[in-house]
Design a protein around this ligand. Structure first.
Ligand code: 4NP
Length: 148
């Protein structure tokens, strides 16, 4: 799961998918990263942790990191949150195998209202985070159904 800072959207996506994978005992390896390195080593944003906690999911075990080329070998599918993330991660890819793993996450919901998961970082309060939660809750259900 990849976004810009790896402190808001991708940690929420990571936490949601991890939670569902554990519930269903699927044994998949899930991780998240940012295209930027400004927040490397940090906890998720307090608002992201609070929103997720409100939905019964703890993401305080996560620490931000920047995506590296090796992630495109290590993982079978690389989901990005928006079109800017898509361009940045595609630029990191070194071969067609790596390139074909990179997908805009909302592509998994064909009837989705929005094709990008909006960045909630500069918003005020919980509203943007709740919108992100709802989108990611739906799409992670689809991902589970698709690959399980
Ligand atoms: P994220 O949100 O990409 O969903 O983690 C952001 C976090 C930090 C910044 C931008 C977006 N930032 O500019 O520091």
């Amino acid at each position: 799961m990849v976004c810009l800072g790896n402190i808001c959207r991708s940690p929420m996506a990571h936490g949601l998918l991890q939670h569902k994978v554990e519930q269903q005992k699927l044994g998949w390896q899930i991780d998240s990263a940012g295209t930027g390195d400004w927040h490397a080593g940090e906890l998720p944003d307090k608002r992201a942790m609070a929103n997720m906690k409100g939905h019964g999911i703890d993401i305080s075990y996560q620490r931000a990191r920047q995506i590296q080329n090796i992630d495109l070998d290590e993982y079978d599918v690389v989901y990005v949150m928006d079109i800017s993330n898509l361009a940045n991660v595609q630029r990191l890819a070194k071969n067609p195998d790596q390139l074909q793993k990179i997908t805009l996450i909302m592509n998994e919901v064909p009837d989705a209202e929005l094709v990008e998961v909006p960045d909630p970082y500069f918003g005020i309060g919980n509203e943007g985070f709740e919108q992100v939660y709802k989108m990611l809750d739906k799409v992670t259900d689809r991902i589970i159904e698709k690959y399980k």
